[in-house]
Ligand binder design. Structure first.
Ligand SMILES: C[S@@+](CC[C@H](N)C(=O)[O-])C[C@H]1O[C@@H](n2cnc3c(N)ncnc32)[C@H](O)[C@@H]1O
Length: 295
């Protein structure tokens, strides 16, 4: 059995919480203190220490990971052989930037889904923007949205007011991919998106990770993506020090319960959704609705 399967994850998480409560300290977790020798105890033992910690934290925070976990290659066959372009400047230099294995995964998603037009929420230094642009075909275009730097100090976000400022998009600047990228400075919630509605082949959501923002960004992503397109979220899973990302977990869980067809990508923090490409139907109340429940 896949040690990352959602059923196992949830069972493991509940048991780990019990273990943690039994134990004065989290390490080592006394797996054998309960149900010693049971099949579940053996399976829990197969989880990596980081997965154990994350599972226990998630359950403690009342959050469950509802999405089925899949290898990227099972979602997008051929992804494990994709030839992905990354640049030396992608080597991680800040905690908000993605580690290299996730950049590689995002590049593979782009290679396999082959979008011509991408919208990104959360530019930061532009590492994710750059890896997406570098793996799109010539003629591809990205609109990446982040807060106006002049508002960083006063911005009211999910955890309080203001954050350090940084050079938005510095990683793609000066590369041959820069002309493919348009930067917009705006709160994702207020962005002028009239020209983006229903146009994106892929929307990448990685801005404010607290629940109210993640929920609204998710709803907005659904208005921007075209039928048959893709939505990708970062930080569906997270480390204990980034508990605010539980907001993403909750928002994506709710999206999954309504729309289905969402997966957590194994060994990454990504979640991915393939939007149905079907025609609208009319509900009993007369309101037109597409296969995703959008009216
Ligand atoms: C985790 S970083 C994005 C990392 C980037 N995708 C990467 O992989 O390098 C989150 C970004 O979202 C931006 N952000 C946070 N809240 C936002 C909002 N309400 N609207 C627009 N951008 C926001 C922050 O300024 C920050 O640059």
């Amino acid at each position: 059995m896949n040690p990352c399967s959602p059923g196992l994850w949830k069972r493991a998480a509940r048991k780990l919480l019990r273990c943690l409560r039994l134990s004065a300290s989290a390490a080592p977790i006394p797996i054998r203190a309960i149900d010693a020798g049971s099949i579940e105890a053996e399976r829990i033992a197969t989880l990596q220490p980081e997965e154990r910690r994350r599972a226990a934290e998630a359950v403690a925070a009342g959050i469950e990971f509802l999405l089925p976990t899949r290898e990227l290659d099972a979602i997008l066959p051929g992804a494990d052989r994709a030839e992905v372009c990354m640049l030396p400047r992608h080597i991680r230099s800040h905690g908000w930037a993605m580690p290299e294995h996730e950049l590689l995964t995002l590049g593979a998603i782009i290679r396999l889904t082959n979008p011509r037009f991408v919208v990104e929420f959360g530019t930061f230094q532009g590492g994710s923007t750059l890896v997406m642009a570098a793996n799109m075909d010539a003629g591809g275009r990205i609109v990446t949205i982040d807060l106006d730097p002049s508002q960083h100090a006063s911005h009211e976000h999910g955890l309080g007011t203001g954050f350090e400022t940084f050079d938005l998009g510095s990683l793609f600047r000066g590369t041959r991919f820069e002309p493919m990228i348009e930067q917009r400075w705006s709160n994702t919630l207020d962005v002028a998106d009239g020209d983006l509605l229903g146009k994106a082949d892929l929307v990448f959501v990685d801005a404010d990770h607290t629940y109210p923002f993640a929920k609204r960004d998710t709803a907005k992503a659904l208005t921007l993506v075209r039928p048959g397109g893709w939505i990708v979220w970062h930080d569906y899973t997270w480390l204990p020090e980034n508990r605010e990302c539980a907001g993403v977990t909750r928002a994506v869980n709710e999206f999954f319960q309504r729309h289905g067809e969402c997966f957590h990508i194994a060994r990454t923090r990504f979640a991915i959704h393939h939007v149905a490409s079907t025609v609208a139907v009319t509900r009993a109340d007369g309101v037109a609705e597409d296969a995703c429940g959008r009216t």
